[in-house]
Every structure is written in structure tokens, then in C-alpha cells.
Design a protein around this ligand. Sequence first.
Ligand SMILES: [Zn+2]
Length: 493
Amino acid sequence: MSHTVVFRRGRIHDPANGIDGAIGDLWVRGDRIVEPQSQADVAVDLDGLVVMPGGIDLHSHVAGPKVAVGRRMQRPSPAGSPAAVPTIHATGSLYAALGYTTVFDAAITPAAARLAHQELAELPVLDRGIYVLAADDEEVVRSLAGGSAEARARMVADRVHASRAWGVKVANPGGNRFWKAGRRGDHRDLDEPLPGVPLSGREMLARLAAAVDDLKLPHRLHVHTINLGLPGNWRTTLETMQAFDGLPAHLAHIQFHSYLGGDADETTFGSGVEPLVSWFNEHPELSLDVGQVLFGGTMAMTGDALAAEHLASVTGMPWSAHDGYLEGGCGVLPVTYREKSLIHAWQWAVGLEWFLSAADPWRVVLSTDHPNGAHFTAYPTLMRLLGDEAFRREAFARLHPVVQRKSPLASLTREYSLNELAIITRAAPARLAGLPHKGHLGVGADADLTIYRPSADLSQMFAMPARVYKAGVLVAEDGHLRDHTPGAALVAR
Ligand SMILES: [Zn+2]
């Protein structure tokens, strides 16, 4: 007989079950939430404390070869801050202390999947999964160009199975093929045929989304579209949203794909969120994570060699592209975001504009595209920026003056409630990842609980949960790890 624990009188935020701060009890037996029992082995008093399901990071970079390269390339972090690219052990420890209990690595090539799984087997506490970069693989590309729908689905299934992946990712459809053919990081059209194969980026996206849908994989196609980071890329992002023809798709780090501008003159750079969010709000089959930029030093890493080489060329930083050897592409380089930089200030404002103008939080996921936009340990600061307008205004007033004058963010007064913050950090990512036993606190759910001390300072509240339970086990308390046991690998069948 498993151990039964009752958590008494917590203030419960469980948006998936329509509970918005009601005081109640939660019963846990073993690793699951159960119906109220006649008696408990242990009672835990939660008077005055807030309870949410464990956090779920739908898009992060925590393992595999490019993360390893990032660890070697990083500069020393300021005293007291974690490494920009932590070791696998520090990654799990920091996530768990923050109240996160599940993480997905968003970009692993099929050839690197074994290595990534080996590394992830040592990730403390969190359940974890990977999205496989299937679309750089030569056989998959040929099948997408010429095969039947059935053959394409079989080919994608084969890569998912061989990689023990949870989902399928496409990073810059066809981009690495262009890069290997000598193309560099200028603006590309979604309809341009890929070198050496009768297939456009648009066709690749539509056919991959159809294959993922045919296979009934738990997570919809995870899309990093073309022209990441380039001025004027909002047009190809809108075309991307339109390419799926009603099929579900998840747009990753949308912030990096939502810019105005069209030439080398940086004064034309700006926010392209408005036309994109109008389309997004009307199309319930689409979801996204934001990839928020926060100021400070970090490490850029992507499966998109074109974007990374372009960033290296404009910043003058050394970069690595070694996943090109793994039938993929990648780029890793250090980056520092500054408030007074026109471009960086726009990136910050564009991300927040997305959060505050996307109408349905169930299709929006909090992310910084760790470590690209910021380290995941900065999530509490981001949550305060969303939930505390006065705090956001103070930060806005420090930005480059042109952005203060022009950004639509200046007129957005929305504040996220605690339940909305719980949606974008747990309930929505669980639903979008296809994890019915996570992201909520109903009977049968995993007993992954994060218990916070409420505070008017949301960044303080979310930075240090009082207690974190994973599968019913106390794993962290006031920032200290109590249990290092690795979680489970999430593998699609
Ligand atoms: Zn990413």
C-alpha cells in the first residue's frame, strides 16, 4: 500500500480544472493525485500558501552536442549567477528549485539523439523529452519532395522511433541545405525551391505537419520558421502561419520572427506583431511559445546555421556550426542583450507585446528559448513583467528612446493573473505537448506540485518556491534540492 499524503488548505491554482485560487485539500497516494481518502499517513499544512502543478518547459535547450559546445564557449558568469549553459546536473537542480518538473529539448538531430538521451538520463528530477530535427535528413527531404503522404508519414515515424523522440521539430525549413550549398543569411522566400530537390519551404512545412498529424503524435509539429532574427521577417512568419491549412502547428520563439524593416538601415527595424497576432487570434489550430529576450549575457544556440552565421557576422563573435556533420546544422555563439541597444530593446518589447496581445493564454507558452533569449532562471522576472504593469513600465522607461516612442507595448495595460501565469507555464504546455496526466491537479494527475509563498513581488514569489514535489516526492525546499533522482524519459509510441 502506497503512502497517502493530504495537503491541507492550500490556495489552489489549477486552471485546467477551473480552480482559480480556491482553498482546498489535495490527496496524493504514491506518485498520483487521488480522490479524498478516509485517512492519511501524513498531513501537510499549506495555510497561506499557493499551490500550482509543476512547471513544464515546452521549448528549451539542455542537452546534446550544441549544448556541450555552448558549455565550452561560455564566458564566466557574474558572481552568484548560474552558468549561461549549466551542466546537466545543475540544469535539473536549478529547474527543480524553480518548481519545474518537465522539460523538452527542442532541437536534437537524429544522429545525436543517443548521446542526448545518455546525457538526459542524468538530468535530476525532471521528466524530459526531445523533439527530433527530422527535416534536415536527406532521406526525409527526398520523401517530402517525392513520396506519397503514407511514405512520408512512415519516414517521419521511423526517425521519431529511432531517436526515441516525443515530437518533431523543423528548424528553418531547408535552411541548412541552403547553407551547405553556400547560401548565407540574407532574406529568403518560403516558396524558393531547396537546392537539388523539388521542394519549397512552404511544402516542407505543410507535408511535415500532415505527417505528424497522420501519425497522431502527442505533440503537433514544432516549427522554427525561416528568416529568424532578420528585419522584415514578419511577412514570411505570416506565410508560415498560413502554410498549414488548418492543421495544428506550434510556432517556436515567435519573438525572433516578428520584425518590421527591410534594409540595412536599422531605423526601419520594429515590431511586426500586430498583423501576426491578428491572424493568430483567429486561428485556434496554432500555438506558440514566445522566446522572450531579457537583458544580460547568454549563449545563442540553434539548429539553424544560416541564422547563427548571420548573427556571428553582425556581432563579430566566434561561432561553431559542428552539427553540420550530423546531417543537420547548428550555430552556437555568445550574445549580450542591452537595454540601450535599439535592436535588443525592440526584441524585448516585441516578446512582451506578443504575451499581452495574444488573446488566448491556452495557446501561448512562456519561454525564453533558453538560453537564446535568456536563461530559464530568469522566468520569475518575466512572470513579474507580465503580472505587474508598474514593474513593466519601470523597465520600459530604461529602453532605447526610439523603442519607448514607437512600441505598441506602451499602450498595453494587461496584467496576467496568477491563473493565467499558471496556464502559460503548466496547463497550456501540458495540453500542447499531449500530456494529459500533467499540468493539472485533478484525480489521476502526476503528483508534481509547486508550493509558493504569495508575494506582491511576483519575481520573488516565483524564484523560490517553498516546496516542490515531483511524483509525490519532496525534491526542493526554499531553493535547496532534497532529491536528485532523475525523472522519466517521455518517448512517443
Ligand atoms: Zn530553441
